[in-house]
Design a protein around this ligand. Sequence first.
Ligand code: GDP
Ligand code: MG
Length: 442
Amino acid sequence: MFDSLSRSIEKAQRLIGKSGTLTAENMKEPLKEVRRALLEADVSLPVVRRFIKKVEERALGTKVLEGVTPDVQFIKTVSNELIELMGGGIGAKDLEPGFPQIILMAGLQGVGKTTAAGKLALYLKKAKKSCLLVATDVYRPAAIDQLVKLGAAIDVPVFEMGTDVSPVEIAKRGVEEARRLGVDAVIIDTAGRLQVDEEMMGELRDVKAAVRPSDTLLVVDAMTGQEAANLVRSFNEAVDISGAILTKMDGDSRGGAALSVREVSGKPIKFVGVGEKMEALEPFYPERMASRILGMGDVLTLYEKAEAAIKEEDAQKTMERLMEEKFDFNDFLNQWKAMNNMGGLQMLKMMPGFNKITEKQLYEAEKQFGVYEAIIGAMDEEERSNPEVLIKNLARRRRVAQDSGKSEAEVTKLMAAYTSMKAQVGGMSKLLKLQKAGADPQ
Ligand code: GDP
Ligand code: MG
């Protein structure tokens, strides 16, 4: 499917130098591929258009990671945007709290509402919450039976009043019953239609007004395809959904509906249905869904490899310097950063004593780092690479203090910090040498 992309990547790898930025020109081809991938995943066309436009604007000027082509960088950026769009900044994806929690299920016929109602009941039960299921699909006696059977299978009570009472009345009585029983949650299953119609929406609106649910969940079949955007818009406008459940993700669907739901309604996908069994309910993972929709795992692996190679190289360099017992002010800055968890070398972070740093400590560390950086920035090349020169010469230290706008006391503090870290590093390099000698005896 992505043959042409792989080919263009290979070509680009030969033609283009190491780094650069994303431009309108080098984004053109991968943009087409992404567009095609999204449409193949059944993301609704208007959603694809808006997404592409946004991602194009955002990606423009992005630095291309060393070791990858602009195509790969672009795909990585798209993937990030997808994850962000589907999962970022929407707070809790779990059910909304309430006493009792009242959950209203909405959606077309056959999408899996009744099944999802049972799955949610089991999910809540596993979370040690008691639950009542309420059957308001009065149009088909079989629908009530279905919920009663599901309830029996998972040992959750089902409230029903047959088919002669209105859905609004049943829902109201159901919630009263839930209060009487003192259960933690009540899940109201509703009737769907084959298509969006005013009668169904009117009924849903009435039920919603009568019971004021904490959650109104739209159940969407992952196979809905292109229609998902319109569907979500209709339901969201009619009953202001709080989130969605995407069902039948165990099928072939690439899950483009997930992107449509989120983009059109701005509401989170809270769960994913992955089978007919009651246990087949999963939380929604934006990363997983993004990778399924985009389907470009191979390309993203290239990116990760390049990233890992760079990290490896950095760690290697530090290691080599440690072994050579070279340790100048530049090394000091790097090391200091790593030891204070300001991003940096994983190797040092994993050493005992250097983890568990609080926000406040990190803030202080960043401030201190800024001071050290300014002072070191005011040194000349000789001073920076050969700290002894500075440590022995007061006049030089004064000049550095003045040029950096910091006090002499701060410069002295840096000298002390440097000396102490150098001693520490010296100890570490001896250790490394011993280890190395032990590893390959000669
Ligand atoms: P409703 O009309 O919206 O209440 O839909 P139902 O809950 O009755 O489900 C319709 C059909 O879809 C049933 O055969 C379910 O077993 C099936 N179904 C529901 N959810 C899933 C799912 O996540 N995966 C699969 N494979 N089938 C599902
Ligand atoms: Mg049903």
